[in-house]
Design a protein around this ligand. Sequence first.
Ligand code: 0RA
Length: 642
Amino acid sequence: MQQQYSAESIQILEGLEAVRKRPAMYIGDVGEKGLHHLVWEVVDNSIDEALAGFCSEIHITIHKNNAITVEDNGRGIPTDLHPKEKRSALEVVMTVLHAGGKFDKDTYKVSGGLHGVGVSCVNALSKQMTATVHRNGFVYEQTYTKGVPCDSVKKIGKSKKTGTIIHFLPDDSIFSTHVYTYTILSKRLQDLAYLNAGLRLTLKDLRTDDDTPPEIFYSQEGLPAFVKHLDRKKIALIPKPIDIDHPQHSTPVQVAIHYNTGYAENIVSYVNNIHTVEGGTHVAGFRRAITRTLKSYAEKQGFLDKSKVDINGDDFREGLTAVIAVKVAEPQFEGQTKTKLGNSDVLGAVDYCVKSTLQDYLEENPKEAKQIIAKVLLAAQARMAARKAREMVQRKNVLSSSALPGKLADCSEKNPALCELFLVEGDSAGGTAKQGRNRKYQAILPLKGKILNVEKTQEYKIYENEEIKNMITALGISFGTTTDSKVMNLEKLRYHKIVIMTDADVDGSHIRTLMLTFFYRYAKALIEKGYLYIALPPLYLLKQGKKEKYCWNENEREMLLSQWSISTDKNNIHLQRYKGLGEMNADQLWSTTMNPDVRNLKQVSIASAIEADQLFSILMGEEVAPRKKFIEKNASYARLDI
Ligand code: 0RA
């Protein structure tokens, strides 16, 4: 007996050693991601307790030294002697790899699962850990260093409650960073609150000196509240989300659907609380159900008889926002970042659940059903019109080589890598730029007034807009002519520097945003390739006698003003504020804004597609108030790095 026990111990030590030797194999990496992963491993165990119906609260604390405490009010990890191993079950859970759910076959262990390595793995990677359990009227405790128990499990007091408290300090000899980022934790906890309706999660940061109360994450409604939150900046097409909840299905399926008056599709999906960024079979099942159910309803109601449009899958998802959350016992994750669900049986499960509830919804809510179908038909019509318009623009391009817009002053150079196109606000500034440019490699396209707000416009109308047509033809880009719109062809792109040049006032910043919106929505590849720039004309000209100097911001102006004031009377200094490009003459425009040797160009980058998208929604969406506020706040040249 004694023999067997020590053999077990050796095995355990070998297990912990393996984790410490190759931590990345168990938790992904040893950087910021891995460090935060430790928290999710522990929280996942508490969430499993919540899924089993025994836990309603999880409290997370970040300590001053970046140690973490996770406390729940579940049943508490069992502390009785493990029959085979002759040790406390608590010790086994905390030290044996993959021992988590061993004792309780009834618990449907589905949370986590990406790595799903369990709390023992976190223990192995912690300099110090303490497990405190309230159970059976007592408090039990055990501490560990680097996963090895310091002593046996001790009964340290009495208690009337139940629950588990795990406290750990990540081993800084293993992790390349040891500082927890509040927003990484809070963002995920917010998701978890929506995904687990009724579960209260809190986050307290003891590293700040002020006594701010913990942040509370809680959603009574769950997924329907989640989609409402995602659509908070949009106008709803139907009054409330469609709630699809099949917890008893062999693969538990939860979906919430909302429709808004916009044109974008936004599907967010989770498997066992893990965000599946790349989608997978659950998303495929959802798409299939949406397409088939709406189509067959529309056919049955005779909505399709009159319209001769050919509807495709995309049309059903214009303005659709959905959250899909499934529980899968043994998830297979595929794809580049292992965030794509591969289990093929899940497709049918989601398809079935969505179809049956959506059918009922359509029958019971004829008014909403009609609104949704009307939107789908409109999307199909718009898609066909867009195709025609696109083909028209492009056919003209192909037919005549002199199809370049009349307003374009082209450059003589033909190698796109050397060519620059300036998109200039207004005909008068355009004229100045034409005079001031280097005509060998700089082309000028003046644009009239405000260009179209593409965020608010359906695709086909875009190709009818004169200014946008001019931009497309001048650039030499074309779009896909099949059903999949917006696929851009860059082969004939004529300039590798596209420079937006607008006035330094509120109107100018609005026009610049409209242009950025067009490029972001319809020609993102140009931004991704780094071809899009913003010209920064100076804001001021300071003159004193024959001396002239330009300033690009308030700081520069004040510095220069105080410098010059030392040697001369302030009244001799003349300050000119440039509001528009038109106030400069051709020489000035060249020598401040267009000459590559001295100019300031700002490259437009997509730091984060999602953030940019949200910013564009605020700036360009239907709601006027937040946009107005944003533009007023950011009207200066400070905020261009979209
Ligand atoms: C094994 C069995 C049981 C609960 C747990 C583990 C458990 C683990 C963790 C980790 C953090 N919080 C937790 N809460 C519970 C079931 C015990 C029973 O049957 O009473």
